[in-house]
Design a protein around this ligand. Structure first.
Ligand code: MET
Ligand SMILES: [Zn+2]
Length: 714
């Protein structure tokens, strides 16, 4: 077996440095281009990646890290786990990812504690696993034709099945993995990387036993590549000795977030010392100390996880302040750091972050008990039963995006832009009035993104021009960089929300992003405890809540879709996180008067682990995703004592739900919750949909709600 290379990365961004994949996908989905063009765009991105990694001097090049949509979905396809109903679709892969007119897509959820979303494989007793190794093999050959030997990366069997909720099928999938190893060996592949990030979470003794069995079995395949099992996002803990006792030749450990490595004499340790989760240059002393502490047969320098979670290149950011730029490393710079560390010519110094006074003002006052607030709000708002609302955003039109770009390059005046935003707000208000919604929104047309917009208006943040990171499929975000003390120079959203309210007698809901989410979706300074940073942001949001209220808004929504995302993967650390996350939210919202109704919104429906924390937010109304996942949430939330809006319409798919379908979901909601607490709303914001889809869908939501209201009143 050839030795493992001395430097590598666990994965690389794949959307393209200028989001080439996004454009290619969207044009393919719209029918503006064919399969061949899509394939070509993918091939160009892969070629550029391999070439760049090789130019930077990296030894171990990964392959199969590219994906047309998602690497977990790719793994499902690799294993033949394509549910029967998608097989007849014109394009089963994208049908699973995005749905079709007649088919809902598979469920999607967040990848561990990141903002990347994967497609949840659907595995039932009827699933027959059957290897289809065409994708990894094609990438190996493609790279070889360009002159590069690569290491295919595949999600490992234990993680795959845990994510799919089907750990009992381990024996069956292992057959496919054995065949895969044989096929790769036949292709002349020297090493394969099996990603097992699930092993950094709390695993039961049975699960650890399954890990042992799985890797003993894969290790005993006679003709196979070297086995590199990669872990990331934390410490392997008790899984490390288990893996170490199997025949796997190389083990990847996250030395940024994880503790350390015990002696692993016979193994290669792939030491993740360059963080794949932040944008800061690596502190040389820290990386060298971590590397120096590894006692193993061989040590490879690597990133702590795939670089999927960081942007491509700091050099694409000419507008950033030079002092800040000097502290930054994106994917390209991180690869260069890995190479330099492996060659032991790592050059500091990393400029130190400016030192900053710690702000820790006393906790502000709390709100009155819910019953008092609810009575004040009912008297003030006078809403009908089953009030209908939306989550905030309305379709972001091409014109709006173009107008924003035109302001940025100076071809449209700020004033003209603002008129356009106002015109859009008026359109959104009229649409909602015409459809008959009860609590209106202004539609968020001024926001490029729910976090970036706030970052642009707060001190302490920088935003990038090209710092895109994949969120799911073709969707990318540009996480702002929180590098200094946060404060609010002036009101941010008040003028838009009050403009909307001036147009209508219906209540308009002011729309803010919560402190935990702002921090979760930014790259955050690492010289202060996260808790202190979050509290600074909470104080800025609190000021905005006060100003919205003073401007006459009676309902204010503070979104926390990322609350669960930051939840530590190990239970032992969770309570502390939830305590400060909830405290930050309450700090942001507790300045509101009793009669001001505070809403919050969370996207995901597998909220089981944090129900108590969601309850602890003490919001008057909580809206949460439910439709997309078949209303699984309902059982869990029935004990909630305040307003609750489980989504009745899946906004992730272009499909328009019928009124009967919405009615059915509402009926199930009403079986689980008392009617007086139920709100009617979509799963999430509507900005990725078209007006046509949104108007038809919401018309059906209103129709279904009216039917049920009539029954309730009868
Ligand atoms: C990801 S949650 C989105 C909430 C935001 N208010 C919106 O409607 O887009
Ligand atoms: Zn949402």
């Amino acid at each position: 077996m050839s030795p493992f290379p001395t430097s590598t990365v666990l994965g690389y961004p794949r959307i393209g440095p200028r989001r080439e994949l996004k454009r290619a996908l969207e044009s393919y989905w719209d029918g503006r281009s064919g399969r061949a063009e899509l394939e070509r765009a993918g091939a160009e991105i892969r070629e550029r990646t391999w070439r760049r990694l090789a130019e930077l001097g990296l030894e171990g090049l990964p392959s199969n890290t590219f994906s047309l949509y998602d690497h977990v979905l790719d793994t499902a396809v690799l294993l033949g786990a394509v549910p029967e109903r998608y097989r007849a679709a014109e394009d089963p892969y994208f049908a699973m990812a995005r749905g079709t007119d007649g088919l809902a897509p598979l469920r999607m959820t967040k990848w561990f504690d990141t903002n990347y979303h994967y497609i949840v494989p659907e595995i039932g007793p009827e699933t027959v696993f059957k290897l289809d190794a065409s994708k990894p093999l094609a990438e190996v050959r493609e790279a070889r034709a360009l002159g590069y030997e690569t290491r295919p990366v595949v999600v490992g069997p234990v993680t795959f099945l845990l994510l799919a909720g089907a750990p009992e099928r381990l024996d069956d999938v292992l057959g496919c993995y054995e065949e895969l190893l044989a096929a790769l060996a036949a292709e002349g592949v020297a090493w394969v990387q099996l990603d097992e990030p699930a092993l950094v979470g709390d695993r039961t003794p049975e699960e650890l036993e399954a890990v042992r069995g799985a890797y003993d079995r894969l290790g005993s395949v006679t003709a196979r590549p070297g086995l590199f099992v990669a872990s990331y996002f934390g410490d392997l803990g008790p899984a490390l000795p288990v893996l170490a006792a199997t025949p796997v030749e190389a083990i990847g450990v996250d030395l940024v977030r994880g503790g350390g490595v015990p002696d692993l004499p016979g193994k290669t340790v792939v030491a993740g010392v360059v963080s794949g989760r932040d944008v800061w240059r690596t502190a040389p002393e820290r990386a060298l100390a971590a590397l120096g502490a590894v006692r193993a047969g061989r040590v490879t320098v690597s990133t702590s996880c795939s670089l999927l979670h960081v942007p491509y290149d700091v050099d694409a950011e000419p507008d950033l302040d030079p002092g800040l730029r000097a502290r930054l490393a994106f994917a390209e710079q991180k690869v260069a750091e890995v190479v330099a560390l492996a060659r032991s010519d790592f050059q500091g110094p990393v400029p130190a972050a400016p030192s900053v006074p710690l702000t820790s003002p006393a906790a502000p006052e709390e709100r009155a008990p819910y019953a008092v607030r609810a009575a004040a709000q009912a008297a003030h708002l006078g809403l009908p039963p089953l009030p209908i609302t939306t989550i905030g955003s309305f379709p972001q039109t091409g014109e709006l995006r173009a107008a924003r770009a035109a302001v940025a390059n100076g071809t449209l005046s700020e004033d003209d832009y603002e008129r356009r935003v106002e015109a859009e707000i008026e359109r959104v208000v009229r649409v909602q009035e015409r459809l008959g919604l009860d609590v209106l929104v202004h539609g968020e047309p001024e926001r490029n993104d729910m976090v970036q917009y706030f970052a642009e208006h707060l001190d302490g943040f920088a935003v990038t021009r090209n710092g895109w990171v994949q969120s799911y499929g073709s969707r990318c975000t540009r996480p702002p960089i929180l590098h200094g003390d946060v404060s609010r120079p002036g009101p941010i959203t008040v003028r838009w929300a009050s403009y909307a309210q001036s147009l209508t007698d219906k209540p308009v809901k002011g729309m803010l992003t919560g402190p935990v989410t702002i921090v979760a979706w930014s790259f955050v300074r690492d010289d202060l405890p996260l808790r202190d940073v979050v509290f600074q942001v909470a104080d800025a949001v609190r000021e905005e809540v006060r100003d919205l209220e003073a401007a006459g808004l009676s309902i204010i929504q503070v979104d926390e879709p990322a609350l669960r995302e930051l939840l530590p993967l190990r239970r032992a650390a969770q309570a502390d996180y939830l305590e400060w996350a909830v405290a930050a939210y309450r700090r942001a919202t507790s300045g509101a008067a009793d009669r001001t109704q505070i809403h919050t919104h969370l996207c995901y429906s597998d909220a089981d682990q944090i129900l108590a924390a969601i309850d602890g937010l003490d919001a008057d109304v909580t809206t949460i995703e439910s439709a997309r996942s078949g209303a699984r949430i309902l059982g869990a939330v029935s004990a909630f004592g305040r307003g609750l809006g489980p989504g009745v319409y899946d906004i992730h798919s272009p499909r328009v739900p019928g009124a009967d379908e919405v009615e059915d979901l509402l009926r199930r909601t009403l079986e689980a919750l008392p009617a007086e607490r139920v709100w009617v709303n979509p799963d999430c914001g509507l900005k990725t949909r078209t007006y046509e889809q949104v108007e038809s869908s919401l018309a059906h939501v209103v129709e279904a709600t009216r039917r049920l209201r009539a029954e309730l009143q009868a």
